[in-house]
Design a protein around this ligand. Structure first.
Ligand code: EPU
Length: 422
């Protein structure tokens, strides 16, 4: 029988002290599969020790790569030269969203890939038509065989104009194009820091990619990629979650190892709410000792306010003075955590893509259930604010993307523990 756990949180304890940010989840989930494009072994450093990386380790090993993974040291040494399969079993691809990057990497290297439709958090419909459109334009023939996508073809550069801004689509087509014959232009590309980080990683193997971080990325295909050692950037969503948790508990926390420019959209909103935020080099200090104000928040592609922080932020807004308006523009079902928070006393009205959150003087602890990664983190933040005990069920959603969140919070003074559910 599988053990089930819950996070038990006694709230109203201000967080104090210093903490650090782990390596970026969404950049690591692309960089690790990208090693398959290489002709030599690569070393990847600063990988977060999270469940999604463990799943990738199992997939690469299944494909025949030699992988030496030291999760304690956050390092993976991957030798892709022994890969002898291009098919990822459906059960593996279902375990996470980022399994779609195996399509771009395997197709880009071997001209063939078979990967199941990706799984991941249920935050709305998540099609991958833009990835497929890009692969087709690069010469891929696509067959959909009962939930498995089979891509095959001879890669040659092309112009891909995305119909919407897609982070996964931009990175995936960039992976496929890195070794394609000729030039590829990606138009209307995503500009997120992890798009830039994946391009930097590919360039460190000898790829020729220019313009990542702008809306036009130009890729000159190269015939060979050499081994490299690469350190992934810090996780801006984890950094943001810790910043919000510090403000939510009216604490004072110094967060080390972040890139403050990646945090500007959140910092601006926190300042607007009356939270003290000070950024210096790779550190951000967040402090709050009185009430905070309501705001209007709209999620947008980078450099706008990230959808991945909408859920943690909405937890903070449940106790703001006045009514906040939160507009979720990226995904169509990313408010489920607010239904759970209602049971803690939050006053929320949801109308289409807008949530109206009326601040209340206090939240009450209650049993709540995480249904996705960031929603789970939001429930933890609500628990840290609430009077009494909050139990967050299904913490494995949180483990997919946060490296031992409860340990980082308890080192800052939070009363939070993981308990087995009897
Ligand atoms: N979309 C399409 N067709 C496509 C691709 C996307 O319609 O082919 C739509 C999506 O349905 C969505 C929007 O475009 O409405 C944006 O999707 P995008 O492709 O940018 O998102 P993603 O690649 O599925 C990644 C992250 C998400 C993060 C988003 C937005 C990974 C593994 N996932 O998802 O991270 O929210 O970008 O920044 O990198 C998380 O970390 O909790 C998480 C969900």
């Amino acid at each position: 029988m599988v053990d089930c756990y819950k996070l038990s949180i006694r709230g109203e304890v201000p967080l104090h002290g210093e903490t650090f940010v782990s390596g970026g989840k969404n950049t690591s989930l692309a960089v690790v599969p990208a090693v398959l494009l290489c002709d030599e072994p690569c070393t990847i450093e600063n990988l977060p020790d999270i469940e999604d990386i463990h799943v990738l380790y199992r997939i690469l090993t299944h494909l025949g790569a030699k992988v030496d993974y030291n999760n304690k040291e956050r390092r993976m040494v991957i030798d892709p030269t022994t890969v002898d399969k291009t098919a990822v079993p459906f059960a593996y691809s279902q375990q996470m969203r980022a399994s779609y990057y195996l399509m771009g990497a395997l197709f880009g290297r071997y001209g063939e890939a078979q990967v199941g439709y990706p799984g991941g958090c249920d935050i709305g419909s998540r099609p991958i038509d833009q990835h497929i459109k890009g692969f087709r334009l690069l010469g891929g023939e696509i067959l959909d065989e009962s939930g498995m996508l089979h891509i095959k073809g001879t890669l040659s550069g092309s112009i891909v104009n995305f119909d919407m801004i897609t982070v996964g689509g931009t990175i995936n087509v960039m992976l496929a194009a890195a070794r394609a014959k000729g030039n590829t232009v990606l138009m209307h590309a995503a500009k997120e820091p992890h798009v830039v980080d994946v391009a930097s990683f590919l360039n460190s193997m000898g790829a020729n990619i220019k313009g990542a971080g702008t809306d036009t990325i130009r890729i000159k295909g190269v015939p060979h990629l050499h081994g490299t050692s690469y350190t992934v950037i810090p996780d801006q969503i984890e950094a943001g979650t810790l910043m919000i948790a510090a403000a939510a508990t009216r604490g004072d926390v110094l967060i080390h190892g972040c890139i403050p420019t990646h945090m500007e959209a959140l910092t601006a909103k926190l300042l607007e709410m009356g939270v003290f935020v000070n950024s210096q080099d790779d550190r951000i200090r967040v402090r709050l000792n009185k009430g905070h104000r309501s705001i209007r928040l709209t999620t947008q592609e980078y450099p706008g306010f990230p959808t991945d922080l909408q859920q943690p932020m909405s937890a903070l807004l449940t106790r703001a003075g006045g009514t906040s308006e939160v507009i979720e523009n990226i995904f169509d079902n990313r408010f489920k955590h607010l239904d759970e928070m209602r049971r803690m006393g939050a006053q929320v009205i949801i109308s289409g893509k807008t949530a109206y959150i009326e601040g209340v003087p206090e939240l009450r602890g209650a049993p709540v259930t995480a249904t996705d990664l960031r929603g789970g983190a939001a429930l933890v933040i609500a628990g840290l604010m609430a009077k009494g005990v909050t139990e967050v069920y299904n913490p494995d959603f949180i483990d997919r993307g946060y490296e031992r969140l409860e340990d980082k919070l308890s080192r800052l003074g939070a009363d939070i523990r993981r308990e087995r559910v009897e």
